[in-house]
Design a protein around this ligand. Structure first.
Ligand code: DGL
Length: 279
């Protein structure tokens, strides 16, 4: 039986797991939340690399056949060394600057991410590639990770925290805002409310889920028939999106082992808010 491993500094990577499960509902998963060391955003790349090494060893011990680094900050700091040091395929996160740069009408793209991601060489290179055609404005989502870990996803106090980091991007004229941290999609209802209907947010998780299918076929972890079934779901989702319809509700909870390095409650809570039926 195949097993897909995922990890993040906390519960944020569940926003990626959610999109993967839409395409691959019957796989086995193991998810590691490093919440004893969360947030990663301001930590040094060396520190994050050490954490990633330890987590990857654990996921491999659990039997992971492929690993999704469901954290932009960890991807920026560590994916290169992980690829060099471990004999397993890694899928990483990357802020979706390209679709945003191609889609903006105002010519201003906003990026919300952690300090570590915004300093990463991959991000800086991607940004450099698109900066000629548009203006890219950035802001750290100050306090966003803490809000998500605490389960504070709505309410006046949450709105105030979110507004502080969002407003500078709106003031600069951004009409598309890239969510460059896997925690941030859980704040989308608040982000949308504050930004209003003229602003679109891009969560890269669906693209990462599609890329995972591709890599799993390459690695012979998915048969052609299974990949075809997953891609049929991709087409169904794209059609719904094109028609302006809502994404279909998620099905049953996946078979997943949830592991936390700290208090298990935040991860359990977020998981149950995504897949409430197994509470
Ligand atoms: N979910 C992580 C990311 O995508 C959160 C970073 C943090 O822990 O600060 O970057």
């Amino acid at each position: 039986m195949r097993m897909i491993g995922l990890f993040d500094s906390g519960s944020g990577g569940l926003s990626v797991l959610r999109e993967i499960v839409r395409l691959l509902p019957d796989e086995k998963y193991v998810y590691y939340s490093d919440n004893a060391h969360c947030p990663y955003g301001e930590k040094s790349p060396e520190y994050i690399r050490e954490r990633c090494r330890e987590i990857v060893r654990l996921l491999l011990d659990k039997g992971a056949d492929i690993i999704v680094v469901a954290c932009n900050t960890a991807t920026a700091a560590a994916i290169q060394v992980l690829r060099e040091e471990f004999p397993v395929r890694f899928i990483g996160m990357e802020p979706a600057v390209k679709p945003a740069a191609l889609g903006t009408r105002t010519g201003v793209v906003g990026v919300l991410a952690t300090a570590g991601t915004l300093k990463g060489s991959k991000y800086l290179t991607t940004k450099g590639n698109f900066e000629d055609g548009c203006t890219i404005v950035e802001h750290v989502g100050q306090g966003f990770v803490e809000l998500v870990e605490n389960g504070d996803l709505e309410g006046k106090a949450t709105e105030e925290v979110v507004r502080t980091s969002l407003q500078p991007l709106l003031d600069a004229g951004a009409d598309i805002i890239v969510l460059g941290c896997t925690h941030y999609p859980f704040l989308l209802p608040v982000l949308r409310k504050l930004a209003g209907p003229g602003v679109r947010f891009i969560d890269p998780a669906p693209a990462v889920a599609r890329h995972l299918i591709y890599v799993m076929v390459q690695e012979r972890l998915l048969s052609e028939r299974e990949a075809t079934r997953a891609l049929a779901k991709v087409i169904e989702l794209a059609e719904k999106e094109a028609m302006g319809q809502k994404r279909p509700p998620l099905g049953a909870a996946p078979a997943v082992e949830l592991i936390s390095s700290g208090d298990p409650a935040p991860l359990q809570r977020m998981f149950h808010s995504i897949w409430p039926e197994i509470q």
